[in-house]
Design a protein. Structure first.
Length: 369
């Protein structure tokens, strides 16, 4: 059987395109590929580009502890049949793109307002606590809200309250089985609660689940989830109404040290440069996103706990303990900044580093920069 060469086919295509013979009158142009449905949320070129932008540049903020990458894969697929979820994706992608490149700033506001028109009526529905697409849309809009406010400052937290309400309501009804997407949304919301608890220094408002350390062997993503969970527990201790007893402090510190000791060897840095200058951030290259973020959250937990260690109230031991604490906190902040700077392929790492800098407010040029 004769198979035509690729260059022969290419020449035939060019000749066809250059043929001045018009199409028959009244013959409409049709899509090359057959589709089941023409009217989809991504039927315009701009929306299709933004959907791709969301997958490539925004999903990483949700998926770094999720081996199945639900926000990069399943959420866009569901959004093709769900306008609320689609417009939430488009709003976040447009906002992120306008901040990092040349893109119309108000495009995000258009998608955001259209999203709210269909989202708000759904929130009053009894089935809302079982609506995975609705929860995913709220979590996505919450990240957009975080982008629209300073790292420390006024934040209406509108969608954070919606996320908390849906998640806490579903936790109060354990008979409802959690889907894989709902679990991914929960941990995304958990990290958003970490962000708000730190930046506003208020109690942790999500219900903390009972969670045991990963059994061995366990996948690396489970260890990253565990690091995130430890950070949430520390925040409940630091900013909550829980009594800051030394015994509780020591237990939390032991949990952090256990994670650092028992985590898989795959979390080892690929490369660590020698930190010769005190003011320089360490060069710490780490392989995967889940490894980067596991270290970021466990280091943030250690920083918070070290900064809130119960201290002697007076005397020489008070001053000495304060000085030791400040050195530990500075080292943790430098580590967080170094990991973020050394691993630009993991943008969420910079968010955690910024939280640490804003929280500590050091006068040191190495930290302030």
């Amino acid at each position: 059987m004769h198979v035509p060469q690729l260059d022969q086919l290419s020449n035939e295509v060019v000749l066809t395109l250059n043929d001045p013979t018009p199409f028959p009158a009244g013959q409409a142009l049709r899509p090359i590929l057959r589709t089941r449905k023409d009217d989809t949320p991504f039927s315009t070129k701009e929306s299709a580009e933004l959907m791709r932008y969301f997958i490539d540049n925004c999903a990483c903020f949700f998926d770094f502890s999720d081996a199945d990458r639900h926000f990069a894969d399943e959420v866009p697929l569901r959004a093709r049949q769900n306008a609320t979820l689609a417009n939430a994706m488009l709003a976040l992608a447009a906002r992120h793109r306008s901040r990092t490149g040349e893109f119309e700033h108000f495009a995000a506001d258009r998608y955001y307002n259209v999203c709210l028109q269909t989202m708000i009526p759904k929130l009053g529905d009894k089935s809302a606590i079982q609506d995975d697409e609705l929860l995913a849309a709220i979590v996505i809009l919450r990240l957009l809200e975080e982008m629209d406010v300073p790292i420390v400052g006024s934040d209406p937290q509108k969608h954070l309250f919606g996320t908390q309400a849906l998640i806490n309501a579903s936790q109060a009804r354990p008979q409802l089985s959690a889907t894989a997407l709902r679990k991914a949304c929960y941990w995304a919301a958990f990290r958003q609660e970490i962000f708000m608890s730190i930046t506003t220094q208020r109690p942790f408002n999500l219900i903390l689940p009972e969670m045991q350390p990963p059994s061995s062997p366990a996948d690396d993503w489970s260890w990253t989830v565990q690091a995130t969970y430890q950070c949430g527990k520390v925040q409940a201790f630091v900013f909550g109404e829980e009594s800051t007893t030394m015994s509780r402090y020591l237990q939390l510190m032991e949990d952090i040290e256990t994670w650092q000791r028992d985590r898989p060897a795959s979390f080892d840095p690929v490369y660590q440069g020698l930190n010769r200058l005190e003011h320089a951030f360490p060069d710490i290259r780490i392989q995967m996103d889940c490894h980067v973020m596991g270290w970021q959250y466990i280091t943030m937990a250690h920083l918070l706990l070290s900064a809130h260690r119960p201290l002697p109230r007076v005397g020489p031991s008070h001053r000495r303990t304060m000085m030791d604490m400040e050195e530990v906190v500075k080292r943790d902040v430098r580590t967080l900044c170094g990991i973020a700077q050394s691993n630009p392929q993991t943008p969420p790492a910079s968010l955690v580093a910024c939280m640490a800098v804003a929280l500590c407010k050091f006068a040191s040029p190495s930290i302030g920069s």
